[in-house]
Write a protein that binds this ligand. Structure first.
Ligand SMILES: Nc1ncnc2c1ncn2[C@@H]1O[C@H](COP(=O)(O)OP(=O)(O)O)[C@@H](O)[C@H]1O
Ligand SMILES: [Mg+2]
Length: 244
């Protein structure tokens, strides 16, 4: 996000916070982690848009995700007078990580397990915004697992009974042709998503976003959208009941 985009996005968040909505922000740290790996000549490997997380990669993931990225989002909020609190799944026992069927290939990667909403409810009562770094202790072993940010947002939205789940991305949503902005789709049924993924038209980082979005929609999250960093006004429009 450039500075101007950040400011416009924050304005949306400020407006919703003023209206008393219970907001929760989930972020990733994709490019920060990839840069950190490159600095020490380690390879970045993705399978269907999810990062393969070896124990060595995990050191960078923890530092960039819970450290750099999380503090940056919290500080951004702070700069405009919003009080935000950074947390991972470990903090206040918020949520744990359950194994994934792909765990063997992906390494230290999990999915959102059980969510305990006490901490976020308390933060909302204090008019504070939880900012979530998608890392959580595995059920049983307590070992920290990396959770894809798109899947984390979906899992938390499902279990916190969210009314709205919004993803922001650089391409402004799902396109029929990833390289052609004119082919942006305004809605997407699961059968069509499956076909586009099978045909390779939805690829890389858009795969977990689409799958996680559909999972949330199927599990009762009322309005799920994938939109653009560059048009953050969708945020207040959607929450205000005016669809994009
Ligand atoms: N059909 C598609 N429509 C839009 N983007 C797509 C599509 N297929 C693949 N992509 C890729 O998905 C990327 C978004 O996912 P990702 O790189 O993980 O970003 P982030 O999760 O940070 O928003 C886009 O930059 C684009 O390169
Ligand atoms: Mg991504």
């Amino acid at each position: 996000m450039g500075t101007r985009t950040q400011d416009r996005w924050l304005e949306e968040i400020i407006q919703l916070a003023r209206e008393g909505h219970q907001l929760l922000i989930v972020h990733g740290a994709g490019s920060l982690i990839t840069d950190a790996l490159a600095r020490r000549q380690a390879q970045t490997v993705f399978i269907d848009g999810q990062r393969v997380t070896t124990p060595e990669v995990m050191e960078d993931v923890i530092r960039e995700m819970r450290g750099t990225a999380n503090l940056e989002v919290v500080s951004l909020c702070r700069r405009v007078g919003l009080s935000a609190v950074g947390l991972s799944g470990a903090d206040g026992g918020f949520f744990d990580a359950a194994p994934l069927s792909l765990s063997q290939q992906l390494g230290l990667v999990g999915q959102v397990g059980t969510v305990h909403s006490a901490l976020v409810t308390a933060l909302w009562d204090l008019a504070m915004i939880p900012v979530v770094a998608p890392l959580a202790p595995a059920v049983g072993s307590g070992k920290i697992l990396n959770i894809n940010g798109d899947w984390a947002a979906s899992g938390l939205a499902q279990q916190l009974d969210a009314d709205v789940l919004l993803y922001y991305t650089d391409t402004g949503g799902v396109r029929m042709d990833a390289d052609d902005a004119a082919t942006l789709l305004t809605n997407l049924a699961e059968s069509k998503a499956d076909a586009l993924i099978a045909a390779g038209r939805i690829s890389r980082g858009m795969i977990p976003k689409v799958r996680a979005a559909l999972a949330a929609s199927n599990k009762g999250v009322g309005w799920v959208g994938i939109g653009s960093w560059y048009h953050p006004e969708m945020t207040t429009q959607v929450v205000g009941g005016k669809e994009m």
